[in-house]
Design a protein around this ligand. Structure first.
Ligand code: C5P
Length: 223
């Protein structure tokens, strides 16, 4: 039998990252933060002064950038880009916007496809992103799509960023998140949308543990 995959897609701030990490830890499965790959390529492009409109240079960058994930034991994965720990830079909304811009280029998405699929190793994989259930792992036996109101998503991001000492305003963040979601949902290739066989969970007002329990329940059911 093929290695099981649980895909968790959704817009920014829907709780995907937190829920995916907890579920992966609970199941003892591998974890793919696909957004971090797009963010890493965006950052590496910036380091090399590659313009976000230079598609062919960005595609080369997507193939060439070395991206490694390191578990530092704190529950947060460190992301090493071309040998440099870029975790903090990666989490900024600037990096998110750059990721969203390059993620709209079909050849960049194609360049990252095999890298993402390589994360599928025994005993299983939890894959977090926008197109995990629709494009990268369409045959996944378990698919979840998380949503939450825009206000709540902005508030979660706000708390996350503040904890990290990044200075942001709620208004600015809400505007950035709405702009990024609109771009992710309207792009021609792999737009943000639930797979037809995904289970939708609205996490507005739900504590993380409740969402984790619902997802684990789904995986424990026979397929
Ligand atoms: O999930 P995260 O906020 O880190 O993703 C950053 C950006 O990367 C998203 O706004 C989206 O444009 C892009 N992305 C994507 N496909 C994925 C994961 C992320 O297009 N599977």
């Amino acid at each position: 039998a093929s290695v099981p995959v649980l895909t968790i897609d959704g817009p920014s701030g829907s709780g995907k990252g937190t829920v995916s990490r907890l579920v992966a830890a609970r199941l003892g499965w591998h974890y793919l933060d696909s957004g971090a790959l797009y963010r890493a390529v965006g950052i590496a492009a910036g380091w090399s002064d590659i313009d976000l409109s230079d598609a062919s240079a960005l595609v080369r960058c997507a193939f060439d950038t070395d991206i490694a994930f390191r578990d530092d034991g704190s529950g947060e994965l460190r992301v090493i880009v071309n040998g440099t720990d870029a975790t903090d830079e990666l989490r900024t909304e600037t990096a998110g916007a750059a990721a969203s811009a390059i993620a709209a280029i079909p050849e960049v998405r194609a360049a990252l496809k095999e890298r993402q699929r390589a994360f599928r190793r025994p005993p299983g994989l939890v894959a977090d992103g926008r197109d995990m259930g629709t494009v990268i792992f369409p045959d996944a036996p378990y698919k979840v799509f998380l949503t939450a109101s825009a206000e709540e998503r902005a508030e979660r991001r706000y708390k996350q960023l503040k904890e990290k000492g990044v200075s942001v305003t709620m208004d600015g963040l809400l505007r950035e998140i709405l702009a990024r979601d609109a771009r992710d949902a309207s792009r021609a290739v792999a737009p943000l949308r639930p797979a037809s066989d995904a289970v939708l969970i609205d996490t507005t007002g739900l504590p993380v543990e409740a969402v984790v329990a619902r997802v684990l329940d789904l995986v424990s059911r026979p397929t």
